[in-house]
Design a binder for this molecule. Structure first.
Ligand code: NDP
Length: 351
């Protein structure tokens, strides 16, 4: 069967496409320009016409997906302005992609998997808390309503994901449609990259955070150098997230469910500064990297220990991944495996 993947050239999407192709699916990927499809075509050349690339310049335009949805059996909707460094607040889901439902060629669609985020679940708390799929990050919507365009980018990003996910669920309730929806809510996604990157500075958001924090001893003044130390790092390996997307397409019981995808870790929030996030300071990936035997042969020495902690009081949030194991049967890679493979990827690239 054929799966449409929007935002095909992204970090996660490229792994999702690889996973689908490896499991016998055909894939149609959408990108915003022909150039952005070139790397994909080269990387997946061995799959011949099992991978098709189509250009959808502006996914918010009515009818944007008309051509792309023709005769596909399922959709994985991943395109999201995360790459604009959170600097976007529009509701890009549901009006765009769900319009496909009215298209005569969308009759074949059985399931839509929407890549939402753990950001739609995490929330302020005065005490440590375990969050599940029942929880919603409503605060970011309130902050966004109050501050509008002046809201911090992180709030805009979270609000855009909440808007989008809630819009999708609302759409499902209000329409009679032939397909069902599965929403995945991943935490920070790390791991080796296979999409188009040239050097560490071209890594997009979360792989870039990981590089700067775990592999780059040069700390700049930029706040995000300390981001992981401050936020803690509820995380997922991109390869497991790719598995989760395929399983979400395949498993009947996943229909109409939202599912947290998180290997572990915690998010530390400061109750007084919800958007900023307080200090935790100890990220285990740094210690794992330093303990690797043989050590990775990188162009810079690895930073050591706790490199970015401040001492704000924080509260720890944990995202419960039980449902992903129960419903999807998802198995998670360990932090050691993720860290080792990511550093091996850097080494292979000569970084
Ligand atoms: P990337 O930045 O690597 O990929 C984002 C994709 O979306 C790219 O193909 C990009 O295209 C496309 N895109 C961005 N802005 C727009 C826009 N305005 N219109 C159309 N397409 C757009 O991100 P990730 O792979 O990290 O993320 C993929 C999905 O996973 C996103 O939905 C994200 O919200 C979600 N997610 C990611 C997490 C993470 O830690 N990385 C955590 C939780 C959720 P282009 O290259 O042309 O800009």
């Amino acid at each position: 069967s054929k799966v449409l993947v929007s935002g095909a050239n992204g970090f996660v999407a490229t792994w999702v496409i690889r996973n689908l192709l490896e499991h016998g699916y055909s894939v149609r990927g959408t990108v915003r320009s022909a150039r952005k499809g070139e790397h994909l075509k080269k990387y997946f050349a061995g799959y011949g016409d099992k991978l098709e690339i189509v250009i959808v310049e502006d996914i918010t335009k009515e009818g944007a997906f008309d051509k792309a949805v023709k005769c596909v059996d399922a959709i994985v909707h991943m395109a999201s302005p995360i790459s604009d460094h959170f600097n976007h607040s529009d509701d890009i889901m549901p009006d765009d992609l769900l319009l496909t439902v009215n298209h005569p060629c969308s009759q074949s669609i059985k399931r839509v998997v929407f890549t939402s985020s753990g950001a739609t679940i995490m929330q302020e708390s005065d005490t440590p808390v375990v969050l599940t799929e029942k929880d919603w990050n409503i605060e970011c919507l309130e902050m966004f309503k109050e501050l509008g365009g002046n809201a911090p980018d992180s709030v805009k990003y979270r609000a855009s994901k909440v808007f989008a996910e809630q819009g999708a669920w609302k759409f499902m309730q209000e329409h009679e449609i032939g397909w069902d929806l599965t929403v995945l809510n991943p935490t920070y996604v790390f791991g080796p990259v296979i999409h188009e990157v040239t050097d560490p500075s071209s890594l997009n958001l979360t792989p870039g955070l990981f590089y700067r924090y775990v592999a780059n001893p040069v700390k700049s003044e930029e706040a995000d150098n300390e981001f992981l130390a401050k936020t803690g790092s509820a995380w997922t390996d991109v390869r497991d997230l790719a598995d989760a997307h395929r399983l979400a397409l395949e498993i009947e019981e996943a229909k109409n469910e939202r599912i947290i995808i998180s290997a572990g870790g915690k998010i530390s929030v400061s109750a007084s500064i919800p958007a900023q996030i307080g200090a935790d300071g100890d990220i285990a990936e740094v210690d794992i990297a330093n303990a690797l035997d043989p050590p990775p042969n990188l162009s810079n020495p690895l930073p050591r220990g706790n490199t970015g902690a401040s001492s704000q009081a924080t509260v720890d949030l944990y995202l419960d991944n039980t449902k992903s194991k129960r419903v999807l049967g998802l198995k998670y890679r360990s932090m050691a495996e993720m860290t080792k493979d990511t550093l091996a990827d850097y080494e292979a690239r000569g970084w």
